[in-house]
Design a binder for this molecule. Structure first.
Ligand code: SAM
Length: 209
């Protein structure tokens, strides 16, 4: 997948929807975003948030962990502007870049992501999850709340639709992998345990180093 092209598509789309109804629509999913916090290490100091957007998932995180430092990465300057305007905490560093192009360092306690990773092919995920694995401390955790393809057929179909632009150019295409596929990739990069928490309201993958 051309990751620069994909990043531009994301920037264009989210810069548009943030001024329409992004928060309104995503506040309906707040339970899912807040559930991420239950899987984070109690003594964590440093968090990276992949595709942080307007920061809805960080509101409760900062109520429970006011001293934690978060690096909030997002390609959309419009979404990040809204995050800044929220004034959730002074302990948030905002990075307006693609998470594929940003160096995560090597002293992170938790990497989180909500609804932001269902746009990439498995080889791109392999690259990204390797970076996630490597940046985490020994007992670090990666918690990804997202939506996933129901089965392999759907996964394949969605990528075909995206590449053939079946709904036309300029449309937003989601290309999620299945949970099984995600799990395989996370194990391949070295995570020692990969578990899921699935209810009618959310699907979360918890990968421990
Ligand atoms: C559906 S929003 C989720 C925002 C927020 N995490 C939430 O749950 O409300 C997906 C976000 O991922 C960001 N994103 C997509 N691809 C990205 C990339 N390659 N690098 C950084 N951010 C990206 C988009 O700009 C968008 O803000």
């Amino acid at each position: 997948m051309d990751l620069n092209k994909r990043a531009n598509e994301m920037n264009d789309f989210f810069n548009k929807v943030v001024d329409i109804d992004y928060d309104e629509r995503h506040l309906k999913l707040i339970e899912a975003k807040e559930k991420i916090i239950d899987f984070l290490p109690k003594n964590m100091e440093k968090v990276i948030d992949l595709g942080a957007g307007t920061g809805l998932q960080l509101i409760k995180l900062y109520k429970e962990y006011p001293n934690v430092h978060t690096t909030a990465i997002d390609i959309s300057d419009g979404m990040l502007k809204k995050l800044e305007e929220r004034h959730i905490s002074d302990n948030i560093t905002i990075v307006n870049k693609s998470f594929f192009d940003y160096d995560f360092g090597n002293d992170i306690d938790a990497v989180i992501s909500s609804q932001a990773l269902h746009h990439f092919e498995s080889n791109d995920k392999l690259t990204l999850y390797k970076k996630v694995y490597e940046c985490l401390k020994k007992d670090g955790v990666f918690v990804n709340e997202d939506y996933f393809a129901e089965n392999e057929e759907t996964e394949k179909q969605l990528f075909e639709d995206y590449y053939n632009l079946v709904r036309g150019e300029g449309k937003h295409y989601d290309t999620p992998l299945t949970i099984e596929h995600e799990t395989e990739i996370l194990k391949e990069v070295g995570f020692s345990s990969v578990e899921t928490c699935i209810t009618d309201n959310y699907k979360i993958i918890i990968a421990k180093k």
